[in-house]
Structures are given as structure tokens and as C-alpha cells.
Design a protein around this ligand. Structure first.
Ligand code: 9D3
Length: 254
């Protein structure tokens, strides 16, 4: 999957490209990131990329021309590869990213690629959004300093779904399960630490009982910590029973 990134700070992306599964996916060319810096298309001795907002007020707005030229370069590179990428503007005004959207993008855009537009300052000129942006994407309701970290979040989330990126046992399909439910608790050696024991069922060797225990933990944790997620889940009778049992104080599954 080809991803063009329009950013004033391409160096930030080494945090993503130099480490772990994403670093490996890049060196294996399962994903290709190409950067386009509006600064390289800015004019004058100062190579300005921002200016004061019409109407006044604090902060600066990214100039449309350097940004638009960088975007055109990205489109030209995509065209050379016979790609027709969507342009996604990382923006606090966008729809909040969810795992379902990540999956959709992988399915829809894997063949055609994506161009991610990272804003700085107060954002970009609205006319560029109207003219060139297909979708706006936020990663959540908190204020960051620009679109680079959100773009890295998106690339990380997308890359995990590409064929061959995750090994056995850490399949993205299995993770989609944990996109619905919160995860169960995990334990490793030693079996006893500071007087705290690993739950006996995990040492029992009874795989069916382990699976049942883990599923019940996922359900109970989701119900107590993220009840908002339950509205999207159709509960089985057993799952409903676990939740109602916990609500009246039982944690023994009875
Ligand atoms: C006065 C209003 N500004 C706050 C200082 C609005 C504002 C402008 C620019 C808020 C954030 C940003 C920079 N953020 C992003 O570019 C961004 C972002 C985010 O801040 N949170 C979650 N997702 C995203 S995607 C892009």
C-alpha cells in the first residue's frame, strides 16, 4: 500500500518507520511512505508556509500555494504508479477514527493508496479542503499540535491489516475481536508474585475452560469500563447472564 504524506515535519515519522512491526512492513515494502514537504514548494528567501488569518485572531493558517503544490507532487507520484488515492486531511473537525473505518480503508484503499495531509498551526485554508480533500479524519477529542501524530496513528492502524505484517497468533482478524470487546487480563511467569497468584484456570491446561474464562473477562471488563461499546454488540444469553451476575455482585460466573 502506497501512502503519500504531506507534512512540514517528515522527520517525525522516523518514530514510526524505524521500529517494530511497522518498520519491518516498510523494509519489506508491504507499505511505502513517501513524503512531500510544503516547505520545499514555498517561495521567497524565508520560504513561508503560513500567514495570518483573514478576519484576525490568534494563530496562523497554512498558505494554500505551497501546500497545494506539495499535494500535486504527491498526486503526480501516485499517478506514475497508476494509483488514484483519496486525500485524507488529518483534522480535529474530521470524523473520529474507529477500527471499523480502519478496516474499510484497508479494503477500499489498499489498491489505490492514500494521501495524508498533515496540518500545523490553526489549520489549512478552507478552499483547499473544498477543492482537494476527500475525507477529514480526527483521532479523538483532545488538542494536539498538528496532524503528524494522528497520521502516524492511522498508518500504524492500517499497516497491521496488510497481508503478512503480523505473524501467527497476532492476527489482525483476532484483534478485530478485541475491537469489539476489551481485552482480558494477561499473565506470564512467575505463577506467584508479591503474594498475587495467576488465576488457577490459566494453569489448568483445560483450553476450553481458559477460552471461556477469557471471554467472560472480556465481557465483564467491557460492561464495567466501556458500557458504551455494548450498544454495538448483540449479546448472547450467556454473555447477558455474566453481566447481570456481576451487576448483583457475583464474579464467580454463577
Ligand atoms: C483555538 C482552536 N485551536 C486550538 C489551539 C484549534 C486547533 C487547531 C489545530 C486544534 C488542534 C490543531 C492541531 N490538531 C490537528 O491537526 C489534528 C488533531 C487533533 O488535534 N486531535 C485529534 N485528531 C487530530 S487530527 C489533526
Amino acid at each position: 500500500m502506497w501512502i503519500g504524506v504531506v507534512t512540514l515535519f517528515p522527520e517525525m515519522f522516523t518514530a514510526l518507520t524505524g521500529h517494530g512491526v511497522i518498520g519491518r512492513a516498510i523494509s519489506q515494502e508491504r507499505i511505502e511512505l513517501e513524503f512531500f514537504n510544503p516547505r520545499d514548494y514555498a517561495e521567497g528567501a524565508y520560504r513561508r508556509v503560513d500567514d495570518r488569518p483573514y478576519g484576525g485572531g490568534p494563530g496562523m493558517v497554512m498558505l494554500i500555494e505551497p501546500l497545494s503544490r506539495a499535494l500535486q507532487q504527491a498526486r503526480a507520484q501516485a499517478q506514475q504508479r497508476q494509483l488514484r488515492p483519496h486525500v485524507v486531511y488529518m483534522s480535529p473537525q474530521g470524523r473520529v477514527l474507529r477500527q471499523s473505518q480502519v478496516r474499510r480503508w484497508v479494503e477500499e484503499r489498499q489498491q489505490q493508496g492514500l494521501i495524508l495531509l498533515c496540518g500545523r498551526y490553526e489549520g489549512i485554508d478552507e478552499r483547499l479542503i473544498e477543492m482537494a480533500v476527500d475525507e477529514e479524519c480526527s483521532i479523538g477529542d483532545y488538542v494536539l499540535s498538528g496532524g503528524e501524530l494522528p497520521a502516524m496513528v492511522l498508518v500504524d492502524a492500517l499497516t497491521r491489516w496488510l497481508p503478512g505484517v503480523l505473524g501467527h497468533g497476532e492476527s489482525a482478524v483476532e484483534d478485530s475481536f478485541s475491537a469489539v470487546w476489551l481485552d482480558c487480563p494477561h499473565y506470564t511467569r512467575p505463577p506467584s508474585y508479591a503474594g498475587r497468584e495467576v488465576p488457577a484456570v490459566l494453569l489448568s491446561g483445560d483450553h476450553a475452560e481458559v477460552a471461556r474464562w477469557r471471554h467472560r473477562q472480556r465481557v465483564l471488563r467491557t460492561a464495567s469500563r466501556r458500557p458504551d461499546l455494548l450498544s454495538e454488540i448483540e449479546l448472547s444469553t450467556e454473555e447477558r447472564g455474566w453481566i447481570e451476575g456481576a451487576a448483583c455482585g457475583r464474579t464467580d460466573g454463577a
